[in-house]
Design a protein around this ligand. Sequence first.
Ligand code: B12
Ligand code: SF4
Ligand code: SF4
Length: 226
Amino acid sequence: MRHSLTYKVKELASNLGADMVGIASQKSFSKAPHGHRPQDLLRDAKSVIVIAVSLPESSFESAPSREYSAAYLAANSELNRIAFHISKLLEKEGFRAIQIPAAMPYDYETDMGDLSHRHAANLAGLGSFGKSCLLLTERFGPRVRLVSVATNAELSHDPRSDLDHCGSCTKCLDACPSGALSGPGIIDKKKCNEQHEKVGEELGLSDEEQICGVCIKVCPVGKPID
Ligand code: B12
Ligand code: SF4
Ligand code: SF4
Protein backbone atom coordinates (compact mmCIF):
# COMPACT_ATOMS: atom_id res chain seq x y z
CA MET A 1 0.00 0.00 0.00
CA ARG A 2 2.72 2.44 1.09
CA HIS A 3 4.85 1.70 -1.98
CA SER A 4 1.99 1.77 -4.47
CA LEU A 5 0.69 5.14 -3.18
CA THR A 6 4.23 6.57 -3.22
CA TYR A 7 4.52 5.41 -6.81
CA LYS A 8 1.14 6.97 -7.75
CA VAL A 9 2.11 10.32 -6.18
CA LYS A 10 5.49 10.43 -7.94
CA GLU A 11 4.01 9.32 -11.25
CA LEU A 12 1.29 11.99 -11.14
CA ALA A 13 3.83 14.69 -10.26
CA SER A 14 6.07 13.82 -13.18
CA ASN A 15 3.11 13.49 -15.59
CA LEU A 16 2.13 17.02 -14.58
CA GLY A 17 5.61 18.39 -15.33
CA ALA A 18 7.68 17.92 -12.16
CA ASP A 19 11.40 17.48 -12.88
CA MET A 20 12.15 16.02 -9.44
CA VAL A 21 10.05 14.56 -6.62
CA GLY A 22 11.20 13.44 -3.18
CA ILE A 23 9.51 12.54 0.07
CA ALA A 24 10.68 13.42 3.61
CA SER A 25 9.44 12.08 6.90
CA GLN A 26 7.66 14.54 9.19
CA LYS A 27 10.08 13.38 11.91
CA SER A 28 13.08 14.78 10.02
CA PHE A 29 11.77 18.35 10.62
CA SER A 30 12.44 18.18 14.37
CA LYS A 31 14.95 21.08 14.14
CA ALA A 32 12.60 23.35 12.16
CA PRO A 33 11.42 26.44 14.05
CA HIS A 34 8.22 26.10 16.07
CA GLY A 35 5.21 27.01 13.90
CA HIS A 36 7.05 25.99 10.72
CA ARG A 37 6.93 22.20 10.98
CA PRO A 38 4.62 19.96 8.91
CA GLN A 39 2.49 19.10 11.97
CA ASP A 40 1.89 22.82 12.58
CA LEU A 41 0.09 22.89 9.22
CA LEU A 42 -1.51 19.42 9.31
CA ARG A 43 -1.90 18.04 12.84
CA ASP A 44 -1.28 14.37 11.97
CA ALA A 45 1.24 14.95 9.16
CA LYS A 46 3.52 11.98 8.48
CA SER A 47 5.19 12.82 5.16
CA VAL A 48 6.17 15.84 3.10
CA ILE A 49 6.24 15.53 -0.69
CA VAL A 50 8.61 18.00 -2.34
CA ILE A 51 8.42 18.85 -6.02
CA ALA A 52 10.99 20.71 -8.13
CA VAL A 53 10.42 22.35 -11.49
CA SER A 54 13.46 23.58 -13.40
CA LEU A 55 13.47 26.91 -15.24
CA PRO A 56 14.71 27.16 -18.82
CA GLU A 57 18.49 27.88 -18.76
CA SER A 58 18.04 30.78 -21.17
CA SER A 59 15.69 32.64 -18.82
CA PHE A 60 18.65 33.24 -16.49
CA GLU A 61 20.93 34.67 -19.15
CA SER A 62 19.12 38.00 -18.96
CA ALA A 63 18.48 37.97 -15.16
CA PRO A 64 17.45 40.29 -13.64
CA SER A 65 14.91 41.02 -16.37
CA ARG A 66 11.19 41.04 -17.07
CA GLU A 67 11.74 37.78 -19.00
CA TYR A 68 13.26 36.04 -15.95
CA SER A 69 10.40 37.41 -13.84
CA ALA A 70 7.89 35.83 -16.24
CA ALA A 71 9.64 32.43 -16.01
CA TYR A 72 9.69 32.77 -12.19
CA LEU A 73 5.93 33.45 -12.07
CA ALA A 74 5.18 30.64 -14.54
CA ALA A 75 7.18 28.16 -12.41
CA ASN A 76 5.29 29.23 -9.28
CA SER A 77 1.91 28.63 -10.88
CA GLU A 78 3.04 25.26 -12.33
CA LEU A 79 4.22 24.19 -8.88
CA ASN A 80 1.01 25.30 -7.17
CA ARG A 81 -0.99 23.41 -9.82
CA ILE A 82 1.01 20.19 -9.36
CA ALA A 83 0.70 20.45 -5.56
CA PHE A 84 -3.06 20.99 -5.90
CA HIS A 85 -3.51 17.80 -7.94
CA ILE A 86 -1.27 15.74 -5.62
CA SER A 87 -3.40 16.90 -2.66
CA LYS A 88 -6.57 15.87 -4.50
CA LEU A 89 -5.12 12.45 -5.37
CA LEU A 90 -4.22 11.83 -1.71
CA GLU A 91 -7.70 12.84 -0.56
CA LYS A 92 -9.26 10.51 -3.14
CA GLU A 93 -7.15 7.73 -1.61
CA GLY A 94 -8.63 8.51 1.83
CA PHE A 95 -5.86 10.70 3.29
CA ARG A 96 -5.52 14.39 4.18
CA ALA A 97 -3.10 16.68 2.39
CA ILE A 98 -2.27 20.38 2.40
CA GLN A 99 -0.27 22.29 -0.20
CA ILE A 100 2.12 25.00 0.97
CA PRO A 101 2.36 28.01 -1.39
CA ALA A 102 5.41 27.96 -3.69
CA ALA A 103 6.11 31.60 -2.86
CA MET A 104 3.44 34.23 -2.11
CA PRO A 105 1.65 34.49 0.26
CA TYR A 106 4.17 34.28 3.14
CA ASP A 107 4.70 36.25 6.34
CA TYR A 108 6.06 39.56 5.04
CA GLU A 109 7.00 40.74 8.58
CA THR A 110 9.35 37.83 9.30
CA ASP A 111 10.14 36.90 5.66
CA MET A 112 9.19 33.32 6.48
CA GLY A 113 7.13 30.85 4.52
CA ASP A 114 4.85 28.48 6.47
CA LEU A 115 7.37 25.73 5.70
CA SER A 116 10.83 26.14 4.24
CA HIS A 117 10.79 24.39 0.86
CA ARG A 118 14.60 24.44 0.70
CA HIS A 119 14.93 22.53 3.96
CA ALA A 120 12.11 20.19 2.91
CA ALA A 121 13.82 19.52 -0.44
CA ASN A 122 17.11 18.79 1.30
CA LEU A 123 15.41 16.37 3.71
CA ALA A 124 13.62 14.71 0.76
CA GLY A 125 16.94 14.09 -1.02
CA LEU A 126 16.54 16.57 -3.91
CA GLY A 127 19.77 18.44 -3.21
CA SER A 128 21.93 20.20 -0.64
CA PHE A 129 22.52 23.80 0.43
CA GLY A 130 25.03 25.92 -1.47
CA LYS A 131 27.01 28.90 -0.17
CA SER A 132 24.25 31.01 -1.77
CA CYS A 133 21.74 29.52 0.76
CA LEU A 134 19.91 28.03 -2.23
CA LEU A 135 19.17 24.37 -2.79
CA LEU A 136 21.62 22.95 -5.34
CA THR A 137 20.48 19.91 -7.28
CA GLU A 138 22.90 17.70 -9.14
CA ARG A 139 21.12 18.02 -12.50
CA PHE A 140 19.85 21.62 -12.51
CA GLY A 141 22.03 23.29 -9.86
CA PRO A 142 19.96 26.05 -8.16
CA ARG A 143 17.84 26.61 -11.30
CA VAL A 144 14.77 24.96 -9.77
CA ARG A 145 11.78 26.24 -7.89
CA LEU A 146 10.11 24.17 -5.21
CA VAL A 147 6.81 23.36 -3.56
CA SER A 148 5.76 21.00 -0.75
CA VAL A 149 2.65 19.05 0.22
CA ALA A 150 2.19 17.78 3.80
CA THR A 151 0.06 14.65 4.20
CA ASN A 152 -1.00 12.16 6.86
CA ALA A 153 -0.23 9.31 4.44
CA GLU A 154 2.77 7.23 5.52
CA LEU A 155 4.74 7.19 2.25
CA SER A 156 8.19 5.72 1.49
CA HIS A 157 10.78 8.33 2.45
CA ASP A 158 13.90 9.26 0.46
CA PRO A 159 17.31 9.71 2.13
CA ARG A 160 18.53 13.26 2.88
CA SER A 161 21.14 14.71 0.55
CA ASP A 162 24.45 15.99 1.95
CA LEU A 163 26.75 16.45 -1.06
CA ASP A 164 29.08 19.49 -1.10
CA HIS A 165 28.69 20.97 -4.58
CA CYS A 166 30.55 24.23 -3.85
CA GLY A 167 34.12 23.25 -2.98
CA SER A 168 36.32 26.36 -3.30
CA CYS A 169 33.89 28.26 -5.60
CA THR A 170 32.73 31.70 -4.42
CA LYS A 171 31.01 32.96 -7.60
CA CYS A 172 27.67 33.78 -5.95
CA LEU A 173 29.32 35.63 -3.02
CA ASP A 174 31.42 37.68 -5.45
CA ALA A 175 28.55 38.48 -7.85
CA CYS A 176 25.76 39.41 -5.41
CA PRO A 177 25.03 43.04 -6.35
CA SER A 178 23.78 44.08 -2.88
CA GLY A 179 26.42 42.40 -0.69
CA ALA A 180 23.59 40.35 0.88
CA LEU A 181 25.72 37.20 0.72
CA SER A 182 28.48 38.09 3.16
CA GLY A 183 29.83 34.55 3.65
CA PRO A 184 29.00 30.93 2.90
CA GLY A 185 25.37 30.33 3.91
CA ILE A 186 25.00 33.82 5.40
CA ILE A 187 22.33 36.06 3.90
CA ASP A 188 21.17 39.53 4.90
CA LYS A 189 17.50 39.24 3.88
CA LYS A 190 17.02 43.01 4.20
CA LYS A 191 19.76 43.75 1.65
CA CYS A 192 18.44 41.04 -0.68
CA ASN A 193 14.91 42.43 -0.35
CA GLU A 194 16.15 45.98 -1.07
CA GLN A 195 17.86 44.72 -4.23
CA HIS A 196 14.56 43.11 -5.34
CA GLU A 197 12.80 46.46 -4.78
CA LYS A 198 15.51 48.38 -6.68
CA VAL A 199 15.35 46.00 -9.67
CA GLY A 200 11.54 46.06 -9.46
CA GLU A 201 11.51 49.86 -9.72
CA GLU A 202 13.99 49.86 -12.61
CA LEU A 203 11.98 47.27 -14.57
CA GLY A 204 8.51 48.53 -13.57
CA LEU A 205 7.56 45.29 -11.77
CA SER A 206 4.79 44.88 -9.18
CA ASP A 207 5.67 43.55 -5.68
CA GLU A 208 4.80 39.99 -6.74
CA GLU A 209 6.93 40.19 -9.88
CA GLN A 210 10.15 41.44 -8.23
CA ILE A 211 13.23 39.28 -8.78
CA CYS A 212 17.03 39.39 -8.75
CA GLY A 213 18.45 35.89 -9.32
CA VAL A 214 22.11 36.84 -9.93
CA CYS A 215 23.22 34.19 -7.37
CA ILE A 216 21.42 31.57 -9.46
CA LYS A 217 22.64 32.86 -12.80
CA VAL A 218 26.35 32.62 -11.91
CA CYS A 219 26.26 29.19 -10.24
CA PRO A 220 28.17 26.59 -12.29
CA VAL A 221 26.49 23.56 -10.68
CA GLY A 222 24.39 21.58 -13.16
CA LYS A 223 25.38 23.79 -16.11
CA PRO A 224 26.66 22.11 -19.26
CA ILE A 225 30.45 22.66 -19.56
CA ASP A 226 31.17 25.14 -22.34
C1 B12 B 1 10.78 34.90 2.05
C2 B12 B 1 11.52 34.39 0.87
C3 B12 B 1 12.52 35.18 0.34
C4 B12 B 1 12.97 36.48 1.01
C5 B12 B 1 13.91 36.10 2.18
C6 B12 B 1 14.98 35.07 1.75
C7 B12 B 1 15.49 34.12 2.83
N1 B12 B 1 16.76 33.76 2.66
O1 B12 B 1 14.81 33.66 3.71
C8 B12 B 1 13.67 37.23 -0.17
C9 B12 B 1 12.67 38.10 -0.89
C10 B12 B 1 14.84 38.09 0.22
C11 B12 B 1 14.00 36.04 -1.08
C12 B12 B 1 14.99 36.06 -2.04
C13 B12 B 1 15.23 35.02 -2.90
N2 B12 B 1 14.51 33.92 -3.09
CO1 B12 B 1 13.13 33.38 -1.88
N3 B12 B 1 11.82 32.72 -0.81
C14 B12 B 1 11.24 33.13 0.31
C15 B12 B 1 10.19 32.11 0.80
C16 B12 B 1 8.80 32.59 0.37
C17 B12 B 1 10.26 31.84 2.28
C18 B12 B 1 11.71 31.59 2.78
C19 B12 B 1 11.72 31.24 4.19
O2 B12 B 1 10.83 30.62 4.73
N4 B12 B 1 12.70 31.71 4.84
C20 B12 B 1 12.70 31.48 6.24
C21 B12 B 1 13.67 30.39 6.62
C22 B12 B 1 13.85 29.11 5.92
O3 B12 B 1 14.89 30.97 6.53
P1 B12 B 1 15.52 31.44 7.89
O4 B12 B 1 14.72 32.43 8.63
O5 B12 B 1 16.85 31.87 7.44
O6 B12 B 1 15.43 30.09 8.72
C23 B12 B 1 16.37 29.74 9.64
C24 B12 B 1 15.77 28.85 10.66
O7 B12 B 1 14.44 29.17 10.82
C25 B12 B 1 16.02 27.48 10.13
N5 B12 B 1 14.98 26.70 9.52
C26 B12 B 1 13.85 27.08 8.88
N6 B12 B 1 13.16 26.01 8.48
C27 B12 B 1 13.88 24.92 8.83
C28 B12 B 1 13.64 23.55 8.65
C29 B12 B 1 14.58 22.61 9.10
C30 B12 B 1 14.34 21.16 8.90
C31 B12 B 1 15.77 23.07 9.73
C32 B12 B 1 16.80 22.10 10.17
C33 B12 B 1 15.99 24.44 9.95
C34 B12 B 1 15.03 25.33 9.50
O8 B12 B 1 16.98 27.62 9.11
C35 B12 B 1 17.38 28.92 8.92
C36 B12 B 1 18.74 29.11 9.50
O9 B12 B 1 19.70 28.69 8.57
C37 B12 B 1 10.63 30.82 0.04
C38 B12 B 1 9.49 29.85 -0.22
C39 B12 B 1 9.35 28.88 0.94
N7 B12 B 1 8.19 28.77 1.53
O10 B12 B 1 10.31 28.21 1.31
C40 B12 B 1 11.29 31.38 -1.21
C41 B12 B 1 12.53 30.65 -1.83
C42 B12 B 1 13.47 30.26 -0.72
N8 B12 B 1 13.15 31.68 -2.66
C43 B12 B 1 13.69 31.20 -3.70
C44 B12 B 1 14.48 31.98 -4.59
C45 B12 B 1 14.90 31.33 -5.88
C46 B12 B 1 14.83 33.29 -4.26
C47 B12 B 1 15.68 34.28 -5.06
C48 B12 B 1 16.73 33.77 -6.02
C49 B12 B 1 14.74 35.31 -5.75
C50 B12 B 1 14.59 35.24 -7.20
N9 B12 B 1 13.79 34.33 -7.69
O11 B12 B 1 15.15 36.01 -7.91
C51 B12 B 1 16.35 35.06 -3.91
C52 B12 B 1 17.60 34.29 -3.39
C53 B12 B 1 18.07 34.66 -2.03
C54 B12 B 1 19.02 33.62 -1.46
N10 B12 B 1 20.26 33.59 -1.97
O12 B12 B 1 18.64 32.85 -0.58
C55 B12 B 1 13.42 29.71 -3.88
C56 B12 B 1 14.68 28.88 -3.63
C57 B12 B 1 14.89 27.77 -4.66
C58 B12 B 1 16.20 27.07 -4.43
N11 B12 B 1 16.75 26.51 -5.48
O13 B12 B 1 16.73 27.03 -3.34
C59 B12 B 1 12.27 29.47 -2.85
C60 B12 B 1 12.26 28.11 -2.12
C61 B12 B 1 10.92 29.67 -3.58
C62 B12 B 1 10.51 28.45 -4.40
N12 B12 B 1 9.24 28.10 -4.37
O14 B12 B 1 11.29 27.79 -5.05
N13 B12 B 1 13.24 34.98 -0.81
S1 SF4 C 1 18.92 37.35 -5.11
FE1 SF4 C 1 20.39 38.96 -5.73
S2 SF4 C 1 20.62 40.27 -3.92
FE2 SF4 C 1 19.65 38.36 -3.23
S3 SF4 C 1 21.37 37.08 -2.55
FE3 SF4 C 1 20.98 36.54 -4.71
S4 SF4 C 1 22.36 37.87 -5.88
FE4 SF4 C 1 22.23 38.73 -3.81
S1 SF4 D 1 28.06 29.83 -7.16
FE1 SF4 D 1 29.66 28.48 -6.39
S2 SF4 D 1 29.73 28.90 -4.17
FE2 SF4 D 1 27.79 29.71 -4.94
S3 SF4 D 1 26.31 28.08 -4.58
FE3 SF4 D 1 27.06 27.85 -6.71
S4 SF4 D 1 28.81 26.41 -6.52
FE4 SF4 D 1 28.33 27.15 -4.46
